[in-house]
Write a protein that binds this ligand. Structure first.
Ligand SMILES: C[S@@+](CC[C@H](N)C(=O)[O-])C[C@H]1O[C@@H](n2cnc3c(N)ncnc32)[C@H](O)[C@@H]1O
Length: 285
């Protein structure tokens, strides 16, 4: 279970909608959202499992695709030292600048480059390990990104992908019909590919990858993150007309009251996919 934390009723709302809008990626709410998700103990379990299953250790050449400002990338850099190398790539130049600042502050040598997951600027077979976490859900062409991950990973190298299924969002607001309406609106609008995980195992197999393993965690939110995230999505549903305004206010008041009483519960399902790149990979799509 995630450790409960002290409620902070006035914390700003967190939205997961805009991680493709790179002009806003360095704003504090986006940074705060990434830090808050990164800290969730059950998501941390999947990150550790991803490192273990990809044999991320000394000497490895590792690529972190959609690295944000490098929260996990810097951990990987410590793991591959002294003779390994870690590269992080992200579409947001603001996040890349912040990642470089954090690496310098930590005294870590990481190559952070701006770029698109769907068109990676690396030659074939460059890396031993390639990973992407909470990135494919935002992409217009996730299959293209998958092909790129495979292309830049050497034969026998390992791939790890961590993504949520937005239809597994759970929150303890009492009105089940209202919960269904708000969570359905969130799943249908938050990201480009809210249910992508369901086909990912098949996509990996279709590309000829082997040793395909799937794991999952129902990731329980911290109290503050639950309030910031679930608090905002009722208002978004009301603004879009998916529920009426009165229900939107009722939703927000209910989430706030649960949070104030330290009784708010929220969670979402995350999946980890790991696989090995075969000697001769399928052609990129
Ligand atoms: C939810 S964040 C996850 C960041 C990081 N993987 C983490 O776990 O902290 C999604 C990231 O994907 C990046 N992103 C979105 N579209 C991208 C693309 N086409 N190519 C590379 N990165 C992209 C965003 O800038 C953002 O940093």
């Amino acid at each position: 279970m995630a450790a409960p934390d002290t409620p902070e009723p006035d914390a700003p709302a967190i939205s997961l909608h805009d991680f493709t809008d790179i002009d806003h990626s360095a704003e504090s709410t986006y940074e705060a959202a990434l830090v808050a998700f990164d800290a969730l103990p059950l998501l941390q379990e999947l990150k550790v499992l991803a490192r273990d299953r990809t044999h991320t250790g000394p000497g490895r050449r590792v690529l972190d695709v959609g690295c944000g400002f490098g929260l996990e990338t810097l951990r990987l850099a410590r793991l591959v030292a002294p003779d390994g190398a870690v590269t992080g790539i992200d579409l947001s130049t603001d996040f890349i600048a912040e990642a470089r600042r954090r690496a310098a502050e930590a005294g870590l040598d990481v190559d952070f480059v701006p770029g698109d997951a769907q068109q990676l600027p690396f030659p074939d077979d460059t890396f031993d390990v390639t990973r992407a976490e909470r990135v494919l859900i935002y992409l217009d062409a996730p299959a293209r990104a998958l092909a790129e991950l495979v292309r830049v990973t050497r034969p026998g190298g390992r791939i790890a992908i961590i993504e949520p299924d937005f239809d597994t969002n759970t929150v303890n607001v009492g009105d089940a019909a209202l919960v269904r309406a708000v969570l359905a609106h969130e799943a249908d609008t938050a990201v480009v590919n809210p249910r992508l995980v369901r086909d990912l195992r098949g996509e990996l197999l279709d590309r000829g990858l082997t040793d395909v393993e799937v794991d999952s965690r129902m990731v329980v939110f911290s109290a503050d993150l639950a309030a910031q995230y679930f608090g905002g999505i009722g208002e978004a549903a009301a603004t879009a007309g998916a529920i009426d305004a009165a229900d939107g206010h009722r939703w927000t008041a209910t989430v706030d009251a649960l949070h104030r009483d330290d009784r708010l519960f929220g969670a979402i399902g995350y999946y980890l996919f790991t696989a090995t790149v075969p000697p001769a990979t399928s052609p990129a799509s």
